[in-house]
Ligand binder design. Structure first.
Ligand code: NAP
Length: 313
């Protein structure tokens, strides 16, 4: 297939098309005139999500664990994106089942349906040898997918934007807590990236339609912060004097274990696992700059979050 304007036959199917990242990928692809299928277990959510957009995707019902539904969703697609997440295990929905087996099954269905491009969303730090079952499954998933279909693996750092579960929470808590607890001593390095920049990058990769084998991209924002520096940056942006205190990871783990029982799991053990290690894009892997994307500064993203909070109030 040649590069250039997408034709109506270039259908892109986005698993996780209702998610924080997935819905933005869908939106950017529609803006670039692709025909888009947004796959969800709850297709009625698709219509609601895109009701005020100029164009809406086709809503397709499929659970990634259901091979027949997956094949139907994928058939006829030019490209498939796997932006399905699982942050807390429930019953048969384990990290291994969703991030390894189902991801590989989706890649196999895409290969059998002669899809041209497969994009697997993973994360920085994914490691098949990790002691964390979550990080290990993400690493094993990358291998399982890439050995099934020559894929593009996308590893974002922690993603930020209105409705995120990271920066929005920090902004809210910094406003109310008299003393803010650090993860450990707050020295973990992060490179928060605006979710819209990641969605733009993925839409560019689909538009470019590069031939060839598997590749890995790591996407980080414009600045690397320690966790402590990030909290101070947010507080300065909000014009708040912040008091910080170290808190051991073991205590965070206990809190996360409890929080996972609450709806929406405000804190999860895999988040704690991820916070134990630096989450910074590798200098030797391609990133946003290779796609000519200038990442948005965190100050700008905080302003967007504040504006979204005001509109929702
Ligand atoms: N958020 C971050 O900061 C971050 C950072 C690095 C990497 N990532 C990775 O980026 C990807 C997207 O994350 P996100 O934060 O955008 O996720 P999210 O907001 O939690 O969205 C998850 C999506 O997965 C879909 N989904 C879940 N289980 C499914 C199943 N069994 N079958 C079909 N669809 C299913 C959901 O669709 P329905 O509920 O509508 O069915 C939803 O659209 C994930 O791989 C995540 O690990 C995220």
């Amino acid at each position: 297939m040649n590069r250039g304007s997408p034709s109506p036959e270039r259908i892109v199917t986005v698993f996780g098309g209702t998610g924080f990242l997935g819905r933005r990928i869908v939106r950017r692809l529609l803006e670039k005139d692709f025909t888009v299928r947004a796959v969800s277990r709850h297709p009625e959510r698709v219509a609601a999500l895109f009701s005020s957009d100029a164009r809406a995707p086709e809503a397709v019902r499929a659970d990634i664990l259901d091979p027949a539904a997956v094949t139907l969703a994928v058939a006829g697609s030019h490209a498939v994106v796997n932006a399905v997440s699982l942050y807390v295990e429930h019953g048969n929905r384990t990290f291994e089942r969703v991030h390894v087996k189902a991801a590989a099954d989706l890649a196999a269905a895409s290969r059998n349906c002669r899809v041209e491009q497969f994009i697997q969303i993973s994360g920085i730090g994914s490691d098949p040898r990790s002691e964390s079952s979550y990080i290990r499954a993400r690493g094993r998933g990358e291998h399982a997918v890439a050995s099934t279909f020559p894929s593009v693996i996308i590893r974002p750092s922690v993603m930020t934007g209105p409705d995120d579960t990271f920066l929005t929470v920090l902004v809210r808590l910094i406003r109310v807590l008299p003393v803010y607890p650090l993860f450990g001593n707050g020295g973990t390095r992060l490179q928060p990236v605006y979710v819209g920049d990641v969605a733009e990058a993925i839409s560019c990769l689909i538009d470019r339609n590069d031939p060839g084998g598997s590749s890995i991209f790591e996407f980080g924002g414009p600045h690397v912060y320690t966790y402590e520096e990030l909290l101070r940056e947010i507080a300065s942006q909000l014009d708040i004097r912040i008091r910080l205190t170290p808190m051991p990871f073991a205590v965070w783990n206990v809190l996360a274990r409890v929080a996972e029982f609450f709806p929406g799991a405000p804190l999860t053990r895999n988040q704690i696992d991820l916070m134990r290690h630096d989450n910074v894009a590798a200098a030797d892997l391609p990133g946003l700059s290779e796609l000519n994307i200038v990442p948005r500064a965190i100050r700008e993203v905080i302003r967007m979050i504040e504006q979204a909070n005001r509109s929702a109030a």
